[in-house]
Design a binder for this molecule. Structure first.
Ligand SMILES: [Zn+2]
Length: 198
């Protein structure tokens, strides 16, 4: 293992001598106009989901990285943030939603589940039993059962959009959508939506 150079933490924003938290936050929001969070599966076959969602919502993806005169990468014109997790389940995305709102301010949250997903290949009991036998570990209480796998796409999408809406870390002003992505055809189908109260 290599020790990190002592100077490395000087590259943290909060370590700057003139660090101003509010000003730093304003600068982030200006340099990164991100507004749509897409939560989808880490299956490599699902990699085209962000482009499909960006097209549906009129977002810029993947966009360009913006540089300053010195060539430092300081921002982007992309408007999409990807949260890539097993099955695209919302339980793994709640903290990322809160941070994205704080730093960038978001407008849309789009949950996408996909056909032939690995998360549909096992059951909650199956993964809990396997972990007990193979690793001597009890995982029965560390994840909510309804978020462990997928057996019904309509139910999983409705569950996840509702879970996001109920979170105190979700700004009430966002619109939340649930889509199914067909791996074979690349087609997106809107299954559920929960618009912000006006
Ligand atoms: Zn998947």
């Amino acid at each position: 293992m290599n020790a990190l150079p002592e100077t490395i933490n000087a590259k943290a924003f909060s370590a700057q001598p003139d660090y101003d938290e509010a000003a730093t936050r304003r600068a982030f929001a200006k340099l990164m106009p991100l507004r749509t969070i897409i939560i989808y599966c880490y299956d490599p076959r699902a990699a085209d989901i962000p482009a499909a969602v960006a097209k549906e919502f009129g977002d810029t993806y993947p966009g360009q990285i913006l540089t300053d005169e010195a060539g430092n990468e300081i921002g982007t014109d992309a408007t999409v943030l990807n949260v890539v997790v097993a099955g695209g389940r919302a339980v793994d995305a709640l903290r990322s939603i809160t941070v994205a709102q704080h730093l960038f301010g978001i407008k849309n949250i789009v949950v996408v589940h996909h056909t032939h997903c690995g998360a549909t290949s096992y059951t909650a009991d199956g993964i809990i039993d396997a972990f007990a036998q193979e690793h001597g570990a009890d995982i029965s209480t560390i994840y909510p059962r309804e978020s462990v796998c997928i057996s019904d796409f309509g139910a999983s999408l409705k569950h996840d959009t509702a879970l996001i809406r109920r979170s105190a870390g979700t700004p009430p002003s966002v619109d939340i959508f649930g889509y199914l992505y067909d791996i074979d055809t690349g087609e997106l189908t809107r299954v559920t939506e929960d618009r912000a109260a006006t």
